[in-house]
Design a binder for this molecule. Structure first.
Ligand code: ZN
Length: 405
């Protein structure tokens, strides 16, 4: 078996000699995509492999028209570096983020970026929602007939099946057993992959971490996505963790861990779930003092509460601080359970980060993990929690299983 057939069979198990280095084969394309344009020397340094190994691996990808190598126009004298990047003018990927309140459809290429984003309010009924998404997919395909659609990635606010084709349960939408891939399959040659939205956001943030770090690639972090609910994505050794065996697709369901015994009732049927106290949506009920809405009154949106806090309103600030406290209590539990001390916050909550972070840090410091060195909680990029995550799912799927060279 030569190297190109190894790549073709399965990039995740790819290539290059020793088992220790084998994992790095799967990271090679992800590194190039995250950092492009990038030199062979930088790839070798960051993956800690020989430059000749890099060359052996990129050659077939260049001949297959997947990568291109060109001379960078450097300023001044000296040798101009040769850099690698993806050829992005013939392939594209569609993402669908099915959100509890709003959904988005759009496309991306190997170069990154989000194009032709179209948002719509998510209808209560799954069938109507999928029809609306499908219409937008068909419109994008019609408008891009000169390019090849490779994969459709879908992110959903709930549990997926192990094959990543169906939504098993989305508590905040009350959708059960929805065949999402079948409903959105427009072409039998184009795979549809369905992923939990927190896992999708974690994949997006993982690429950002690769792009912004200069050292190794084996990043480990916990992503906490707080919007209408709370979901957790786990990245271990630069790979997302979805659970194992029959549990594949359910790892990270921390939003429904009980944080207040006998507390507020939750859509899942239990009481006192974390997301009733620390989601962006829970800020609204905190702001109203947990009283029911008056006639003609609407729930304040998270962005409104943040803007009131910015204008110095005490009640708005207190609500956000309370969210930070509950969020920190839960995060300390998650860190202790998973054993990964680095946390990235994603979702709408990021917009209120400056009011949330201090009480969050204090809550973690009260916990046992807070007494140790080296933990961190930082805000991620809002885009990853929406369409960015769904698009990441699509591109990653293609890099892992779809390339043919
Ligand atoms: Zn719950």
């Amino acid at each position: 078996m030569n190297e190109s057939t190894v790549f073709q069979s399965d990039l995740m198990n790819a290539v290059i000699g020793s088992p220790n280095i084998a994992k790095k084969g799967s990271l090679l394309l992800r590194l190039i995509r995250a950092v492009q344009p990038i030199t062979r020397t930088e790839i070798a340094n960051r993956l800690e492999i020989d430059k000749s190994t890099v060359t052996d691996n990129v050659k077939p990808l260049i001949s297959a028209g997947i990568l291109r190598e060109e001379t960078l126009e450097a300023k001044g004298q000296g040798r101009k570096p040769r850099v690698l990047s993806f050829v992005d003018d013939k392939d594209y990927f569609i993402g669908v983020n099915l959100g509890v309140r709003t959904s988005q459809v759009g496309l991306t290429t190997f170069k990154g970026g989000i194009f032709d984003e179209d948002d719509f309010s998510t209808p209560n009924d799954a069938k109507t929602a999928l029809q609306m998404a499908r219409e937008r997919i068909e419109n994008l395909i019609a408008a891009n007939s000169d390019r090849q659609l490779r994969v459709i990635g879908v992110s959903v606010p709930g549990l997926t099946d192990a094959e990543r084709q169906n939504l098993v349960y989305a508590p905040n939408l009350d959708w059960h057993d929805i065949s999402i891939a079948d409903a959105l399959r427009v072409d039998k040659n184009v795979k549809v992959v369905v992923e939990n939205d927190s896992t999708a956001a974690a994949m997006y943030e993982a690429r950002m971490k690769i792009r912004n770090s200069n050292d190794g690639l084996m990043t480990n972090f916990i992503l906490v996505r707080s919007g209408t609910g709370i979901g957790v994505g786990l990245v271990i050794g630069s790979e997302v963790y979805r659970g194992s065996g029959v549990g594949r697709g359910i790892a990270g369901e921390f939003g429904h861990m009980t944080i207040v015994a006998g507390g507020k009732p939750c859509v899942c049927g239990n009481r006192g779930c974390w997301e009733k106290y620390a989601s962006a949506a829970s800020a609204a009920s905190l702001y109203l003092g947990d009283r029911p809405l008056r006639p003609n009154e609407t729930m304040p949106r998270f962005a409104e509460i943040v803007s009131k806090a910015e204008n110095g309103e005490i009640r708005a600030r207190r609500s956000l601080e309370k969210i930070g406290d509950y969020l920190g209590i839960g995060i300390a539990n998650v860190i202790m359970g998973v054993g990964i001390p680095r946390v990235i916050i994603s979702g709408r909550l990021v917009y209120g980060w400056k009011f949330i972070k201090e009480p969050l840090y204090q809550a973690i410091k009260r916990s046992i993990i807070g007494k140790t060195e080296g933990w961190s909680v930082e805000a991620g990029e809002p885009q990853g929690a929406a369409l960015g995550g769904a698009l990441e799912v699509a591109v990653e799927e293609y890099l892992a299983h779809g390339l043919s060279i």
